[in-house]
Design a protein. Structure first.
Length: 134
């Protein structure tokens, strides 16, 4: 767990720091589960595989995960990402504010960039909306 560095000295602030780190990991864990079809991660985690000969033997990847890794594409032909590159790709969605300087009145409006098909699929998997609200 990446809790360090901690630049706090007061006990309450150290506790708050650790709490925020745990909260961030919890959110990341849920996002990884939701985005698993677009990531190199396994989509379904099996608690105990039947054919495991030893407790310490490394687990084997599923056929679906190996196929995604080999082709670097999902079954829908979308590119597969790591969690970090997926977040970086989603970070390119921005809300722009436009303002015109007319003679009598200025017009202001906001527009969100159009997501790519990969970004749209990730948004659907996460169950979020890109609707502008004021």
């Amino acid at each position: 767990m990446k809790v360090r560095p901690i630049y706090h000295r007061l006990e309450q602030r150290v506790k708050a720091h650790v709490f925020l780190c745990m909260l961030a990991y919890y959110v990341e864990w849920h996002m990884r589960l939701a985005l698993a079809p677009l990531l190199f991660d396994e989509e379904k985690i099996i608690a105990e595989p039947e054919d495991k000969s030893s407790v310490v033997a490394p687990s084997k990847r599923s056929k679906k995960a190996r196929a995604k890794a080999a082709t670097k594409k999902t079954p829908e032909k979308l590119p597969v990402h790591s969690f970090r590159t997926m977040i970086a790709d989603l970070a390119t969605i921005v809300k722009n504010k436009f303002q015109s300087n007319g003679l009598e009145a200025s017009l202001t409006f906001e527009k969100i960039t159009q997501p790519t098909p990969l970004q749209q699929k990730a948004i659907e998997l996460l169950g979020v909306s890109l609707i502008c609200t004021q």
